[in-house]
Structures are given as structure tokens and as C-alpha cells.
Design a protein around this ligand. Structure first.
Ligand SMILES: Nc1ncnc2c1ncn2[C@@H]1O[C@H](COP(=O)(O)OP(=O)(O)O)[C@@H](O)[C@H]1O
Ligand SMILES: [Mg+2]
Length: 347
């Protein structure tokens, strides 16, 4: 896609229609992402100039909330996934077999097969329109594939509903930022935590003891998550007032709040300048080092080369290459696929 998003992005993300609080608020996206965010008018302040325009309110000292959060190792420990995963580290956590998604006459995804191993950062790349987001959407239950299968942590995903997919351990961020603009950063993350809870943080009419405990845990973990992604000081700020880059980080924190077995990031660096991209790569590596498995979708090859262990390249819905970053970089089919794409997107 273009540096700041193109209408192609809308075809896939824009088709999302259902909403669950744990996953997203504004379910429709706009062709001019990241500046616009569809129907979520609260997010009108979301653009590259957000940092300058942002109304600075309370700055939170995370150590006031919990003194232990001064120690990055404690933060990393609090953020690390605690849940049981059947797949051993290095084993196939996600198995995609012959996945095909058809829109009318167009095969947006055509017989695509790959594995994501537990503990790795896996890159799914390809030029704009290659089918990356469609692949994501088929994996995460937004689209029903017309053929193929997806197995996650040794269980078939089949036609599992989206909230069930979150519960099973796949979390994602969207190509276009989707946050609850009026809620604070912390609240946005607690909503993500909620997806894993037995009682609903915001919906519970009967405030059981268990509910209180979970809510407190969610707040503690939420603060740790915000600190982990680098925006702890902004915890009390409304999401719409955060700088664009901080909103992207908040989305990642919210996805991590569900303690996913697999974290899927759809072009998380969209709209970033080179130094922000470098910083984001650092964060993605930190997330992996903390025990997560990451699927990273990118059209910017350089970003993916620097951070992934293995890469699958899509073009026109088909897998054209698979391998390590250096193998993929040398692959004539990949070079060909990226011919004509502006240098700043390949580099
Ligand atoms: N909901 C949809 N309806 C029809 N066509 C779609 C839809 N979503 C995506 N497409 C088409 O499928 C192809 C792949 O799109 P997408 O997966 O968004 O590519 P990428 O994320 O790699 O840029 C494109 O030609 C796009 O226009
Ligand atoms: Mg896409």
C-alpha cells in the first residue's frame, strides 16, 4: 500500500461488520487511513499531527500506581503470557493449508499454505492488494474461506466465531487504528483484558467478589501493558488525544491484554516515519522475547527483513516465496513482484 494507506485497504478491513468490545470499536475503516477512522467520529483527532495537537492532560507516574513497575523486568514479567499452550516452542502453532478466499470471481487468496512456529516472528509480506489482510481475516474468522483449513494450537479453527477466536488465543490489530476514542488508554486496555474474563468488566450488574478481583487484576496488568509498550505515562489520557504512534502502541497493548497465543499485527507501522518504524521493530522483538508468537503483516520489506525469522511472500493471492529474510530478498519472483514499487517501500 501507499505510505499512508490506499483505498485497497478498505476492501478487506471495511467489510468487517460485527463488533465485539474486546476486539474493536469502530468496525469500518476509511480509504484515507490512518487519518480517518470511519464512523468512530471520536477519533477525528487521529492523524500524523496528533502529537502536536494533542491536549495534554494528566501524566501518570506508573510508579505511583505500582512502585514495582519502575523495574522493566517486573513489567515484562507482568505482561508475559501465563496461559497453557499445547504446542511446544518451535512447533507449528498455526497451520494454514490450501487457504482460499474468493470474492465473486476474484481469488483474493489462492491455495496458500504455511506454518507459524511458536516463539517466532513470522512475516507475511507482499505488494498492496496481494491478499495479506484477506489471509488475516480468513485466519481470524472475519471471512469464511472457500477452501482450505486453519489449525491453531493443534485444534482446527473451522468456522469459529470471532470472539471465540480471541478466546482461543488469536489477537490482532487492524491496518487502520480502531480504539474507543472517548475512553482512556487504560480503559481501552482493560476492555481487551475483559475478553479473557469470566465476568464482564463493564457489563456486570451484579458486582461479585470475583468481578472485583478480576477488575483489579485487569487494571494492574493494564498499567504494566501500557508501560511495556512505552505509553504508561499516558494511561489516563483519552485515546483520541494520543499521538498517532501512541495509538498504534495502545492497539498493540490492547491486543496483548487478551494474552494471545498468537499476536497478529496488520501493518503496524503504517503512517510511521523511519525512526518510528525502527522503534516499533524494537517493540515487536521485545514482545516476542517476552514469550509471544507474532504474525507481522507488512508491505515494507525492509521493516520485515529486520525483525522476522521467516517470511511468506504473497502476490495476487498466491504464495510466491517462503524462507528466511535473506533467502526471500534474493528470490527473483519476489524482486519481480516488488518491481515498480517505490523505493521507500522496499529499500
Ligand atoms: N471484502 C472484499 N470484497 C471484495 N474484494 C476484496 C475484499 N477484501 C479484499 N478484496 C480484494 O482482495 C485483494 C486482496 O486484498 P487485501 O487482502 O486487502 O490485500 P493486502 O492486504 O495484501 O493489501 C484485493 O484485490 C482486494 O481489492
Ligand atoms: Mg492489507
Amino acid at each position: 500500500m501507499g505510505k499512508h494507506g490506499t483505498p485497497d485497504d478498505t476492501g478487506s478491513d471495511g467489510a468487517v461488520s460485527e463488533s465485539t468490545a474486546g476486539e474493536s470499536s469502530a468496525e469500518t475503516s476509511s480509504p484515507t487511513a490512518p487519518a480517518a477512522t470511519g464512523p468512530d467520529a471520536d477519533l477525528s483527532a487521529l492523524d500524523g499531527a496528533g502529537a502536536e495537537n494533542a491536549k495534554v492532560t494528566a501524566v501518570v507516574d506508573v510508579t505511583d500506581v505500582d512502585p514495582r513497575l519502575a523495574d522493566p523486568e517486573v513489567v515484562a514479567e507482568a505482561v508475559a503470557p501465563q496461559r497453557d499452550i499445547n504446542t511446544q516452542v518451535g512447533g507449528a502453532l498455526l497451520e494454514v493449508r490450501g487457504l482460499t478466499v474468493q470474492f465473486g470471481g476474484l481469488k483474493a487468496l489462492d491455495d496458500v499454505t504455511f506454518d507459524i512456529k511458536r516463539g517466532e516472528i513470522f512475516g507475511l509480506i507482499g505488494p498492496n492488494g496481494a491478499g495479506k489482510t484477506t489471509c488475516f481475516n480468513a485466519i481470524t474468522g472475519v471471512y469464511s474461506p472457500s477452501a482450505g483449513s486453519v489449525t491453531f494450537d493443534n485444534k482446527p479453527l473451522g468456522r469459529v466465531k470471532r470472539h471465540e477466536i480471541t478466546r482461543r488465543g488469536i489477537a490482532r490489530t487492524f491496518q487502520n487504528v480502531r480504539l474507543f476514542g472517548e475512553m482512556t488508554a487504560l480503559e481501552n486496555v482493560v476492555v481487551g483484558t475483559d475478553a479473557r474474563h469470566k465476568t464482564s468488566v463493564f457489563g456486570a450488574a451484579l458486582r461479585s467478589r470475583r468481578h472485583y478481583r478480576e477488575e483489579r487484576d485487569a487494571v494492574d496488568r493494564g498499567m504494566a501493558l501500557l508501560e511495556f509498550v512505552g505509553i504508561g505515562a499516558r494511561a489516563a489520557e483519552q485515546a483520541k488525544n494520543l499521538a498517532y504512534g501512541d495509538q498504534r502502541r495502545l492497539e498493540i497493548a490492547r491486543a496483548l491484554a487478551t494474552e494471545p497465543k498468537l499476536l497478529c499485527l496488520d501493518e503496524p507501522a503504517a503512517g510511521f516515519n523511519p525512526s518510528e518504524k525502527t522503534a516499533l521493530m524494537g517493540l515487536i522483538q521485545k514482545i516476542r522475547d517476552d514469550g509471544y508468537t507474532v504474525l507481522l503483516i507488512e508491505h515494507d520489506m525492509r521493516l520485515v527483513m529486520g525483525v522476522t525469522e521467516r517470511i511468506v511472500v504473497l502476490e495476487f493471492g498466491r504464495k510466491i516465496a517462503e524462507g528466511t529474510p535473506s533467502e526471500v530478498r534474493e528470490n527473483p519472483a519476489v524482486i519481480n513482484a516488488y518491481l515498480g514499487v517505490p523505493d521507500d517501500e522496499i529499500a
